[in-house]
Design a protein around this ligand. Sequence first.
Ligand code: URA
Ligand code: CA
Length: 448
Amino acid sequence: MNMRDVILKKKAGEALTREEIRAFARGAADGSVPDYQLAALLMAICWRGMNAEETAALTMEMMHTGGVVDLSEVGGVCVDKHSTGGVGDTTTLVLVPLAAACGAEGAKLSGRGLGHTGGTLDKLESIPGCTVDMSRADFIRQVQRIGCAVIGQTHDLCPADKALYALRDVTGTVDSVPLIASSIVSKKLASGAGAIVLDVKTGSGALMQTLEDAIALAQAMVEIGVQAGKPIYALVTGMDQPLGTHVGNALEVKEAIDILSGRAGGDLLEVSLALGSRMLVAAGVAADAAQGRARMTQALRSGAGLEKLREMIAAQGGDARVCDDVTRLPQAAHVIPVTAQADGYVSRMDTAKIGYCAQALGAGRQKKADVIDPAVGLVMDVRLGDYVRAGERIATLHVNRPELAQNAAGQLREAIALSPQRPELPPLIHAAVSHAGVRRYTKGEESL
Ligand code: URA
Ligand code: CA
């Protein structure tokens, strides 16, 4: 295969064959195609796009460049849930225990924080003793015994994606629907999911900032599922403000425990119930989303979800007493209020900037080798549409290095716009995308 011909073909806007796509994926994984040719083809794909067959072929070829996990021993349909990444977005720690308490197995391979977004593995590791490294056999045994496990990748999954993602990052070729869709879905398929529920974020803290781009990405991923014979269902949800009120690792674990204990609620719970109800449908445990939601709500009220989280933490070596006493989680040495400097309605948030603010305090990594501080982060006191007066608290910083607080407070104030007019609030759940099509929601009708 002459890679130059493949590049010329895509540059001219033609569709690539399966064999050409295979040569591209394998060449990325084994290094036999040089980076400059990979980068040229990535840029041509950015400009010219890929049709549904090409996108599915790229996904399957990337998936087969590495190991593929077999979860059939678990029995039943293992439903995976994946978010395209957000701030204060700890739905996994809320919905995996709730879904498991309802009888839907959750065997989840999660990731670490990236840029301004948090990662479930870092959050779990903030629980004293909790590990996310486990052999495949132990992982499957845990899922069989208690119905859920959340760990890091045990295999070298999708080496083609690792190589291509690193190149995309430095060549300005991240924002392409077929490239993002194939990157995400190849990893999900390689990690053994029987069905996939996707949370595609849109708004100021999301990869896809506009609703139309987010819907296009959701449609591309659902279509790959159709081509690959795996059910994929997507919700497009708002990331116009942090989803929960807590941003940071132990802080987000605390919020998940508060929700599962019935002490907290809000948008994080809403999105968790909406995604979880679809997981129950995909697992065959509920007939429809309304029934799924009713069962999830029942598991929340009865405390069965919190009990599942307790079992999962204990099974992964962690101190499950955090579920009864959140002060056993790592605590920051300094808690510093941030106050508003003017009166006004909270009219817009730069959610990515809020995520970077928590990262700068030590909650995330700036470089891959950085060590995160599990205790630090921030807690938001305001949501979009709230009215605040000058001097009122809008957030609280949790810091271990007080010298970072002043800059963080400034960043946070800049990220929260105040205006004299009451803003129009966006819906929390914008759309549901399945093989049957796109259903858009307006504000107020989105809970199902
Ligand atoms: N997340 C991924 O895994 N891949 C992308 O391309 C973008 C987000
Ligand atoms: Ca996540």
